[in-house]
Design a binder for this molecule. Structure first.
Ligand code: NI
Length: 384
């Protein structure tokens, strides 16, 4: 039996777990029920689990030989703060939380792979480590687990993401940078508040903020290689709340993205320099911070990618070059540490309504693609 036949043989089992997980979405670092659910399924398969990682909800499970360089397979566990609007009978039972990025499917596919790998444990040449991580959505759960040593002894790591932009069942394997480095910035420009009729007696931070916004546009358009890919978007702007009062401060916030880590570092530095220079030129002060952790770009390693491509060619009818995206993914922390491959699994089918974008309240998954993703995990682990 081929690996795909094996995962297709447990199609209903994978979908049952995916739907159970879909009903009980939990936000970043609060994946307690999810974690307990996964543990009980894995233990039911006879797989020992080590939990309490990544702030409490993360877990790993090892299969195969005790010695040798490990292969790691990763799934993320957190949901998004979105209220589901799909009308599905297994829709989220928690208002304000939804698996709108497909992480329920990622977990279910890794469970499917675990089941097949457990059945074929004797065939495993290398130890296999399953990684279930919390808080992919902005919380850098992967970084936290990495710092706890989950990649110790790991030779290569594999992960995948459901992808509405690819036809259902298609496997996207992009060389080099696939997803962008992503980070956030917050700016506070402080002047001196006062009566709006007497601006000379105040130091108005509002026109200063306007100049900062305009000048930050120059980073990408004038300073970066036009063949590169960078984004600086200001998405929040808060000033005063009266018609006739000059506010003391203005707050701005936004996101910075790049497919190059060096350019991303430079983007962050230039946001700080331009903002503080403009503020001081106009007698204001500026504070610039980058809350959270800036995700590096997700870059596929040629060796790890080759393994996935060989398997897709041999058993899944081939693969496609999926487009790059300026979305971010904290799998990048793992792929920075050891050779990694992050694949896109097509779930898009217009007739089934599964071509809606990620992070949308109407996001849906074509579940018929899930055995393909489970097979990719297994194939990568077996190094076929
Ligand atoms: Ni995601």
């Amino acid at each position: 039996m081929s690996i795909l036949q094996a995962t297709q043989g447990i199609h209903d089992w994978i979908i049952e777990h995916r739907r159970s997980l879909h009903r009980m979405p939990e936000l970043a670092y609060r994946e307690e029920r999810t974690s307990a659910y996964l543990r009980s399924v894995l233990e039911g398969l006879g797989i020992e689990v080590q939990g309490g990682l990544g702030g409490g909800t993360g877990m790993i499970a090892d299969l195969g030989p005790k010695v040798g360089r490990r292969i790691a397979l990763r799934a993320d566990m957190d949901a998004l703060p979105i209220t589901e609007d799909t009308g599905l009978d297994f829709a989220s039972e928690t208002p304000g939380a939804m698996h709108a990025c497909g992480h329920d499917s990622h977990m279910a596919m890794l469970l499917g792979a675990a089941r097949v790998l457990k059945e074929r444990e004797a065939e495993l040449k290398s130890p296999v480590r399953l990684i279930f991580q919390p808080a992919e959505e902005g919380g850098a759960g992967a970084k936290r687990m990495l710092d706890e040593g989950v990649l110790e002894g790991v030779e290569r790591v594999f992960g995948l993401h459901v992808w509405p932009g690819l036809a259902s069942g298609e496997v996207g394997l992009r060389d080099g940078a696939f997803l962008a480095s992503a980070g956030f910035f917050e700016i506070t420009i402080t002047g001196v508040g006062g009566h709006a009729a007497m601006p000379n007696l105040a130091i108005d931070p509002v026109p200063v903020a306007a100049q900062v916004i305009t000048n930050l546009q120059n980073i990408v358009s004038r300073e970066r290689d036009p063949f590169g890919a960078n984004v600086v978007s200001i998405t929040q702007l808060q000033a005063g709340d009266a018609y006739n009062v000059i506010p003391r401060e203005v707050k701005l916030a936004g996101t910075l993205r790049s497919l190059s880590l060096a350019e991303q570092d430079a983007n962050a530095e230039r946001i700080r320099e331009i903002t503080t220079a403009i503020a001081s030129a106009h007698r204001c002060t500026a504070e610039v911070s980058f809350p959270g952790t800036i995700y590096p770009p997700t870059v596929n390693h040629p060796g790890a990618l080759a393994i996935a491509r060989r398997f897709a060619d041999a058993e899944l009818g081939g693969w496609v070059h999926n487009p790059q995206t300026m979305g971010g993914e904290d799998f990048s922390f793992f792929a920075q540490e050891v050779p990694g491959c992050f694949a896109a699994l097509g779930i898009g089918d217009r007739a089934k309504g599964t071509d809606v974008s990620l992070h949308n309240p109407k996001f849906r998954v074509d579940e018929d693609a899930l055995p393909v993703g489970a097979a990719l995990h297994v194939g990568f682990a077996l190094g076929v």
